[in-house]
Design a protein around this ligand. Structure first.
Ligand code: PEP
Ligand code: MN
Length: 356
């Protein structure tokens, strides 16, 4: 159910509709828009009585949302969601493309700094690096944990890059939330509902990767879990799915980008690294992702991929990232979009545990 407020409804009227929804045992989600505020109603206690809401002051209409996802849907919010990063020029969504780059895993301070310096110089605004790795083998490198988060907080202080890193479970989430700017939920956890709900109780943007076998609807419902807890800053990420094709690690399903954009106001970015698994396919698929209208890219870059402790085969060299940025920016121009020249920091980053 969706309550559409009149264009000139006051803050008090909006608040009193929210209070009324809560009294009925549901959760209100006010979504301010350019023309008017809509209030999404969620809960699993049965259906809401529309009539009692229609009579409240400031209400224009009450609409039933027929789709299973509500808050994710353009029915509830027509305008695009654009997560912003206070004190910087970085956004995800909007006319600027978000470029996120860095190694699969943070392995050492020197390795992470080498990648960060080069991706920052090439114009990335975000640094990615795994601190907690969901590896297929329990004997493979599992990440440096909190030590990696410290290193990335130093990288933010030094280069201004905003930090994107994965929380593999509820314990990691608490630490990632303290140190990072964007909380990544990995493909293997896309349907880990307790983790999704916990991320929904945080207030940092969440980058949600599509599950290896998830349909569009399952992907959007996973985002709905996060939003239903009150965190509306969700970024979707296509990272390849399992198919019978075996020439690549995964099959990058770029057709999901326009499909998501017509149904949802959330930004969607593409990961051509996990999407292909092969270094020589990353730039071509990055080009295609920009052309299809993705809101950004997340790319694995390593200064010495042959020595990487994870995903070396799909990690590109810093020089290749420079080329990727050059090509992406030319393709973006055709779509009236822009690859910003890099991160600009106008205010110091929010307190990270080591930055204080
Ligand atoms: C990663 O980004 O390194 C990662 C593990 O991604 P995914 O969850 O898409 O496999
Ligand atoms: Mn990886």
């Amino acid at each position: 159910m969706l309550v559409v407020m009149k264009p000139h409804a006051t803050a008090e009227e909006i608040q009193s509709v929210c209070d009324h929804i809560e009294r009925l045992g549901f959760r209100p989600h006010p979504m301010p828009g350019a023309q008017r505020t809509a209030i999404g109603i969620t809960g699993n206690q049965g259906s809401v009585e529309a009539a009692s809401l229609e009579e409240l002051s400031g209400v224009a209409e009450v609409i039933a949302v027929s789709k299973p996802y509500k808050l994710v849907s353009r029915d509830v919010q027509a305008e695009d969601t654009i997560p912003r990063f206070p004190g910087t020029n970085a956004t995800i969504g909007g006319s600027d493309l978000a470029m996120i780059a860095g190694p699969c895993s943070v392995e050492t301070r020197d390795q992470a700094f080498a990648a960060a310096e080069q991706v920052a110089a090439a114009g990335a605004q975000f640094f990615r690096g795994g601190a907690y790795k969901p590896r297929t083998s329990p004997y493979a490198f599992q990440g440096l944990g909190e030590r990696a988060l410290h290193i990335m907080a130093e990288i933010r202080d030094r280069f201004g890059l905003r930090i994107v890193t994965e929380a593999i479970d509820n314990d990691a989430l608490e630490l990632v939330d303290q140190y990072a700017d964007v909380i990544q939920i990995g493909a293997r956890n896309m349907q880990n509902y307790s983790l999704l709900k916990a991320a929904g109780r945080k207030r940092k943007p969440v980058l949600l990767k599509r599950g290896l076998a998830a349909t569009l609807e399952e992907f959007l419902m996973a985002a709905e879990y996060i939003m239903s807890e009150g965190n509306y800053q969700v970024i979707l990420c296509e990272r390849g799915i399992r198919t019978f094709a075996d020439h690549c690690r995964n099959t990058l399903d770029l057709s999901i980008v326009p499909a998501v954009q017509s149904l949802s106001h959330l930004p969607i970015i593409v990961d051509p690294s996990h999407g292909t698994g092969k270094r020589n396919k990353v730039i071509p698929l990055a080009r295609a992702a920009v052309a299809v209208g993705a809101d950004g890219l997340i790319v694995e870059v390593h200064h010495a991929p042959d020595q990487a402790l994870s995903d070396g085969a799909q990690s590109i060299y810093p020089k290749q990232f420079v080329e990727l940025m050059r090509q992406a920016s030319q393709i973006a121009a055709i779509l009236d979009r822009n690859v910003p020249p890099g991160i600009e920091v106008t205010e110091p980053a929010g307190a990270s545990p080591i930055a204080r």
